[in-house]
Design a protein around this ligand. Structure first.
Ligand code: G3P
Length: 229
């Protein structure tokens, strides 16, 4: 499973790239709003991210209406060759996905909450479908099960569309999505950081370092007593 970062914060992205675990980035208007105190338009922010990460960078349309979405998708796709255009799934979105995918623009269909929505998006030509698993969990449904169903459905029909597990809230979501074969999970930076953590790792490092220091002290003592003889 490839790992994308779900953020518009370039510092978080730089850290994930230094760790060697950032295969791409997804953004949306809400994530852009979180960093809107920093200089630059959405376009400039996306271009800055594209200069940091050599992988797909999703940027979202905010227009309503198919013609408006198509125009906006063409504009967003022109920002950088790695840009993938995010379009929410509804009637206008589906028409726009079909039209711009036919022009070679890669689309990430967002706000997917059912297998049928994913089927329609993939049929219209979307390169990616993004089920929002945390938001389904929030209403008492099982987001990871939806990822599993969509992966199985796309595999069965040999669809080239890839599943991006989105709205990931915790490390359990990540391992569960990997277990059911999600192609990609897009993670908030805090979830990526949490994946690194285990108390036994911290305890193990502390005990290795303490043993090392003790061994060095014993070596020094032996050397000093040998020199004293
Ligand atoms: O990738 C979609 C994500 O940004 C939404 O996450 O936590 O607002 O449901 P959340």
């Amino acid at each position: 499973m490839r790992i994308f970062l779900d953020t518009a914060d370039s510092e978080e992205i730089r850290q994930a790239v230094r760790w060697g675990v950032c295969d791409g980035v997804t953004t949306n208007p809400s994530l852009f709003a979180k960093v809107s105190d920093r200089a630059g338009s959405y376009k400039e922010r996306v271009q800055e991210i594209a200069a940091i990460v050599d992988g797909p960078i999703s940027a979202e349309c905010v227009s309503r209406g198919a013609d408006e979405l198509v125009a906006e998708a063409r504009e967003i796709a022109s920002w950088h060759p790695n840009v993938v255009v995010k379009i929410p799934i509804d009637g206008a979105g589906l028409e726009a996905i079909s039209r711009v995918s036919g022009e070679g623009i890669r689309v990430n269909t967002t706000l997917i909450f059912s297998t049928n929505q994913a089927l329609l998006a993939a049929s219209a030509g979307a390169a990616y479908v993004s089920p929002f698993i945390g938001r389904l969990d929030d209403i008492g449904q099982d987001g990871v099960s939806l990822v599993a169903e969509i992966v199985e459905m796309l595999d069965r029909y040999h669809s080239p569309a890839q599943v991006i597990a989105a709205s990931v809230r915790h490390v359990g979501h990540v391992s569960a999505c990997a277990a059911v074969g999600a192609h990609i999970a897009t993670l908030p930076f805090k979830v990526l950081q949490a994946m690194l953590q285990h108390p036994l790792t911290d305890k193990g490092i502390a005990s290795f370092l303490a043993d090392w220091d003790r061994a060095q002290a014993q070596r020094r003592e032996r050397a000093e007593s040998a020199a004293g003889r």
